[in-house]
Write a protein that binds this ligand. Sequence first.
Ligand code: MG
Length: 382
Amino acid sequence: MARIAALIVAAGSGSRLGSARPKQYLPLAGISVIRRAIEAFEGHALFLQTVIGPGQDAEYEAATEGLYLLPPVTGGATRAESVRAGLESLAAHDPDFVLIHDAARPLVSHELIARVIAALESGARASVPMLAAADTLRRQTAEGWETIPRENMFRAQTPQGFDFDAILKAHREFADAQATDDMAIAECAGLEIIVVAGEESNIKITTQDDMAHAARLLGGASETRTGFGFDAHRFGNGDHVFLCGVRIAHERGLEGHSDADAGLHALTDALLACISAGDIGQHFPPTDERWKGAASSLFLEHAAALVREAGGAILNCDVTLICEAPKISQHRDAMRARIAEILKLDISRISVKATTTEGMGFTGRREGIAAQALATIERPRT
Ligand code: MG
């Protein structure tokens, strides 16, 4: 098992972002940029070493609270100096490989990290994720603009992975090379670079625009909410029940002010819970004559409308019916179809399940039917 170290370089002051705070400490969808970058390497690297700028200790401590990290190293005047400081510190732990990563790339995926490691494990001494240039490249010169043919043009990302001893030696030997990344230092030392696929989402945060882009990629503009509902109705006289909007012939009916559809009532409460909008009894008081014998689809439609008014989109619903009888299985797909119709959703987003309680409790004694429901919605972050 190779001993892998990750070196997260966070020494920059982030002056291009127009913020007083270095960009790596700014929150991105609630979690700081640097913490996201570090957490990406958990499970990949045995040692996590960071390099931070002078005077950043307090912000760094706050941003990395609870993470298992080597003590941070203070960086130098250039990126190369900062990386070298981190490498010198890691040398005491004698890693086989090191993954050098910019803290300003918080969205690096596990798949990308795994590709960089896999190349090293199969013998590469330097492994770098790259993307082909898709945009037209233009160079500004004293005479005006010129187009650079984009064929064979690539953008290098991080993490860049290296044989540890080789890159440390290269950094020591070529400290004055004015390199902007570690691949360039490795090339000075004659290390062959193995290219692995980079990712468009692995953006480097430089400007405010990049922060907004990263937040969008993280779904930072929206949030997912889950709501739960429960309902029960007692059996009474009758020859049918309504469950999840489907009329089922049965030797007994269900008692209730409305049609006593416990499944739809539980689901209505689950949707209301997603937007913290109280419960079904508040919206449709049993004392209100308007709801006497009402089809419970009205309640569910109303809850769905409230969710939409709050900017929400229903992602999925799951109802569990609890009874000994009637048997639900042959009605399950009709129930799913009816709920999908009421909520105007694809049926694949609707689940209906059923269980007995093995003869135990009020449902087991066939005194009534209970239902539980979960709903998940996505809505703008508030
Ligand atoms: Mg009810």
